[in-house]
Design a protein around this ligand. Structure first.
Ligand code: ZN
Length: 511
C-alpha cells in the first residue's frame, strides 16, 4: 500500500516516511547502533594512537561486547518485521527512506544468514591468525602462518556459502566491500589494465632514472611537516573544526561521529613526502566522510557507497591532484617556507620526485604504475585459493612465480612476498580489488569533473580546490548509498567503472 499526497497541479509524491511507525522504529534502532558503534570506534582509535600495551585484554573484551551487542540489535526478528512493513509500504525512489530500506535489507539478509557460532569462530580465528602472522612476517617464515591461513580460507568459504552467490564464491565475499561488483567483471577489467600498465612501465622507469632517488633527502623537522600538511589539507577542503590528524605507524582515517573525522599519518624525518602524501590520501577519505549527510549518520543514506568509491576520493587528492605539475607550481613556495633547504629547487624537480617509478616488492611503497600489478596478483591468488585451485601450502611458490612474471624480480623472502599484507590475517578476503577500483574510479570521476567544469582546472593551478570538491560533493558524497557503485559511476560519468580514463591519465603522466 502506498500513500500519495497532492503536490502542485498534477504531481503526485509518495508521503514521506516520517509518519510510518516501522520506519521510525528502524531509524531509532539504527541510532542506537550508531551510538554504540561510534563509542567502539573511539576505543579502536585510542588503541591505535595512544593505548598502553597492558590495556589490550580489556580493550578486546570491550570491542567484542560492542560488536556482539550491535550485531544482536540489528539481526533481531523485529528488525525483519519492520523492514518487511517498509517494503510493503514502499517509499519514493531516490528518497533517503528508500535508500535506507534497500541498504538495511542487503545488510540484514547477509547478517542473518550467518550462524552466530560461525561469526564467533571467525572472530577467534582472526585473533590467532593475526598474532601468528606478525610473528611469521618478523621471521619471514610462512610455515608459522600456514595453518592459520588455511583456517581463514576454510571459514571464508563457509561464510561465502552462507551469504550465497550465483556462480562465483568470490562474489559473496566481494559484496561485503563492493556491493554489486562481480569477480568475472573485475577479471575482464584487470585483463585490459595489465598490458597497458606494462606498456607504460618501461618509458616511466626510463624517465624516472633521470631523477635521483635521494634528490630531496635531508632533514625535515616533524613539526614543520605537520604544519605544512595541515595547511595543504585545509586548502583542499578538509574541515579541521570537524576532524584532526594524529600520528600512528599505519595511517588510517576513521569517523567517530558526525563532526569528528580522525586522520593519522606517520613521519619520516628525511623524506617529507611520506607524511604529506599520506595526509593527502587520508584527507581524501576524510573529505568524503565530511561530505556525507550528517543528519543521516549511521544510516545507509549517510554512509559511503563502497570501499572502491571511498578509495577513489583518497587517490584523487593524493595522486591526481597532489602529484600533478600544477600542484608543485602552487605549493613549492609554501614548502620552502617550512623547509628552507628546498630553496633553489624547481616545481619540475618536486613533481619528478613525486612521480618516480621503480618496481618494489612492497605494495604500500609501490609507485602509480606498478601499484595495480600488486593488486591483480593478490586478486588472482585469492580467487584460486577460494576456488580450491591453489592449496594454501603452495601460496609462496605461486606468489613468487607470479611476482617474477609481472615485475621481473625474484622475491628474496616471504616477508617481502606473500606475508607482507595484514589483510588475509584479519579475515579480509576479497578486499584487495577495491584499491584498483579506487584508482579507476578516481580517474573516471576526475576526467568527467574537469570536462563539465572548466573552473576546476583554473582552481587546480591557483590552489583553489573548492570547484573540484563541490563536484565530488554533488555527484558522490551527498548521495550516500543511494546507488550501488556501478550506478553511481554511471550517474556521475555516463558509464560504470572502466580502465580507459585511468590508462589515459597514466599515459599522459608517464608515457
Ligand atoms: Zn585508502
Amino acid at each position: 500500500m502506498s500513500i500519495f499526497v497532492e503536490v502542485g497541479k498534477n504531481r503526485l509524491l509518495r508521503m514521506s516516511a516520517t509518519d510510518f511507525a516501522p520506519y521510525q522504529n528502524l531509524l531509532a534502532r539504527t541510532r542506537e547502533i550508531a551510538l554504540l558503534d561510534s563509542a567502539a570506534r573511539l576505543l579502536e582509535w585510542d588503541q591505535e594512537t595512544g593505548m598502553p600495551p597492558r590495556a589490550v585484554d580489556w580493550r578486546a573484551e570491550q570491542l567484542a561486547f560492542f560488536g556482539g551487542r550491535t550485531h544482536r540489535l540489528f539481526t533481531s526478528a523485529e528488525v525483519g518485521d519492520w523492514l518487511k512493513a517498509c517494503e510493503d509500504q514502499g517509499f519514493g525512489e531516490g528518497t533517503a527512506a528508500a535508500t535506507n530500506v534497500a541498504g538495511w535489507r542487503r545488510k540484514y539478509d547477509r547478517a542473518t544468514r550467518v550462524p552466530a557460532a560461525l561469526v564467533e569462530e571467525f572472530e577467534r580465528a582472526k585473533t590467532h591468525a593475526r598474532t601468528a602472522w606478525v610473528e611469521a612476517r618478523a621471521h619471514a617464515d610462512f610455515r608459522r602462518f600456514q595453518p592459520h591461513l588455511e583456517t581463514i580460507f576454510v571459514l571464508s568459504r563457509q561464510l561465502a556459502d552462507c551469504w550465497g552467490y550465483a556462480s562465483d564464491r568470490y562474489d559473496a565475499l566481494l559484496e561485503e566491500y563492493e556491493p554489486g561488483a562481480r569477480a568475472a567483471d573485475l577479471a575482464t577489467l584487470f585483463a585490459a589494465l595489465r598490458p597497458a600498465l606494462l606498456e607504460i612501465l618501461g618509458p616511466a622507469m626510463e624517465k624516472s632514472a633521470r631523477t635521483p632517488a635521494d634528490l630531496l633527502r635531508g632533514e625535515y623537522p616533524e613539526e614543520q611537516q605537520a604544519a605544512f600538511n595541515r595547511e595543504i589539507a585545509a586548502a583542499c577542503g578538509f574541515d579541521f573544526e570537524a576532524g584532526r590528524i594524529d600520528t600512528t605507524t599505519h595511517p588510517f582515517c576513521t569517523t567517530l561521529a558526525p563532526g569528528d573525522c580522525r586522520l593519522t599519518t606517520r613521519y619520516d624525518r628525511t623524506n617529507f613526502f611520506v607524511s604529506l602524501y599520506g595526509v593527502l590520501h587520508e584527507a581524501g577519505h576524510g573529505m568524503y566522510e565530511q561530505g556525507l549527510d550528517a543528519a543521516a549518520f549511521g544510516t545507509p543514506a549517510g554512509s559511503a557507497a563502497s570501499l572502491g568509491v571511498h578509495e577513489s576520493q583518497s587517490r584523487l587528492w593524493e595522486n591526481l591532484v597532489g602529484r600533478a605539475p600544477e600542484f608543485w607550481e602552487r605549493w613549492l613556495p609554501r614548502a620552502t617556507h617550512y623547509f628552507p633547504r628546498l630553496a633553489g629547487r624547481t616545481p619540475a624537480e618536486l613533481t619528478a620526485a613525486a612521480n618516480r617509478v621503480a618496481p618494489t616488492f612492497i605494495r604500500v611503497e609501490a609507485d602509480q604504475v606498478t601499484y595495480d600489478l600488486h593488486i591483480i596478483l593478490r586478486f588472482e591468488i585469492e580467487r584460486a585459493l577460494l576456488a580450491g585451485d591453489l592449496a594454501v601450502a603452495d601460496v609462496p611458490a605461486a606468489w613468487n612465480a607470479a611476482f617474477e612474471r609481472a615485475f621481473g624480480l625474484k622475491v628474496p623472502d616471504d616477508a617481502r612476498g606473500c606475508l607482507q599484507d595484514t589483510h588475509w590475517a584479519v579475515g579480509l578476503v576479497g578486499y584487495f580489488p577495491t584499491y584498483t577500483l579506487g584508482n579507476l574510479n578516481a580517474a573516471q570521476l576526475f576526467t568527467q569533473a574537469r570536462k563539465e567544469r572548466p573552473e576546476i582546472d583554473a582552481g587546480l593551478r591557483a590552489g583553489q580546490y573548492t570547484p573540484l570538491l563541490a563536484w565530488m560533493r554533488e555527484k558522490v558524497h551527498r548521495l550516500g548509498q543511494r546507488h550501488l557503485p556501478p550506478q553511481l559511476l554511471t550517474h556521475a560519468t555516463g558509464r560504470p567503472t572502466q580502465a580507459d580514463d585511468y590508462i589515459a591519465t597514466l599515459r599522459a603522466r608517464f608515457g
